[in-house]
Write a protein that binds this ligand. Structure first.
Ligand code: RIB
Ligand code: CA
Length: 317
């Protein structure tokens, strides 16, 4: 079976780390590289976090490319209240051996997409700055993007403001460039990610896998669930980012509806909102396949399967 080529563009980030875990060791996916953006934390932190995760999992061969350290236009925002000072508070990692690549993420995206046969899916789970910058820097890559699968937005309410979700609000102009690129877009928004809540019984289930991947999962969720409870009152943390990868591993995982999605770039209360035309009021062409439902039980099965694919011996101590 031909593996699906993907690039993960992310801001690790506890949930990004689980998305990387799923993507880096799947028989269905060829992870060409992990590109990093500032978001949950500063670029230095998010880059280091990606290296720690891949080293811990024994996947040091997956290259990490640091990218844009701030949004295209607006001021930089971070999410230390959720992800902590390091952006990956909780786990204690061994001394870091793995270094990020010297090539900038935007250059890697351009080079890889231009060299491709148009068969690369770009999965973003942070602010979309890198991908937007790449499209503006080299427009020839746009037609080479097979699909953009993003975690971000919502057609209900936000998680940073009443209107806006973090990944979009952190760089609305970048999101606008991606949504209007003309390429196929799958939007995995809060509407479905808030259905996959990592309750204590889920953590207990994954702990029983008893390998380094499951230990990483448990340590990450220890912090992530604590802060999500503090900030939102959730009894389980919504595991946002892995839904992107899981939906590639099992296309039946989510139900999507084609919608015209426009990012609000006005600088009022709705700045960064994804205005999703659920009922086709405007009669405009759809710009994204928006996830409207998810098979929650199947999602947790995919997570457990992902953990089990790692063995104790593969990890890089
Ligand atoms: O709003 C949730 C998203 O913002 C997730 O991707 C999380 O990691 C943060 O980047
Ligand atoms: Ca993220």
């Amino acid at each position: 079976m031909t593996k699906q080529k993907i690039i993960c563009d992310c801001d690790p980030g506890h949930d990004d780390a689980i998305a990387i875990l799923l993507a880096a060791n799947s028989p269905q996916l060829e992870l060409l590289g992990v590109t990093i953006v500032a978001g949950n934390q500063t670029l230095d932190n998010t880059s280091r976090n990606a290296c720690h995760v891949l080293q811990w999992l024994g996947k040091e061969d997956v290259p990490v490319y640091p990218g844009c350290g701030r949004p295209l236009v607006r001021d930089r925002v971070t999410a230390g209240d959720i992800h902590g000072e390091t952006g990956l508070d909780g786990p204690v990692f061994p001394p870091l051996r793995k270094l990020p690549e010297r090539e900038h993420a935007v250059h890697f995206l351009i080079r890889t997409l231009l060299d491709s046969q148009g068969d690369v899916t770009v999965v973003t789970s942070g602010p979309m700055t890198n991908l937007a910058m790449a499209m503006r820097m080299e427009p020839l890559i746009v037609e080479k993007i097979q699909r953009i699968v993003l975690m971000g937005g919502s057609y209900t309410n936000g998680n940073v403001t009443p209107a806006a979700e973090f990944n979009i609000l952190a760089d609305p102009e970048a999101a606008h460039i991606c949504f209007t690129s003309g390429r196929p877009v799958t939007m995995i928004g809060l509407d479905v990610t808030r259905k996959v809540l990592c309750y204590p019984e889920i953590v207990e289930r994954m702990a029983k896998v008893q390998n380094r991947a499951s230990r990483l999962f448990v340590d990450l969720m220890g912090h992530f669930c604590k802060t999500q409870k503090e900030v939102f009152g959730w009894e389980g943390a919504p595991l946002h980012d892995p839904v992107t990868i899981a939906s590639l591993l099992d296309p039946a995982l989510t139900v999507t509806k084609p919608m015209n999605v426009r990012v609000d770039l006005s600088h009022g209360d709705s700045y960064g909102r994804t205005n999703c035309d659920v009922f086709h009021y405007l009669g405009l062409p759809a710009t994204a396949d928006v996830a409207v439902d998810i098979d929650v039980s199947r999602f947790w099965d995919i997570i457990e399967e992902g953990l089990r694919r790692y063995s104790e011996t593969e990890a890089g101590a």
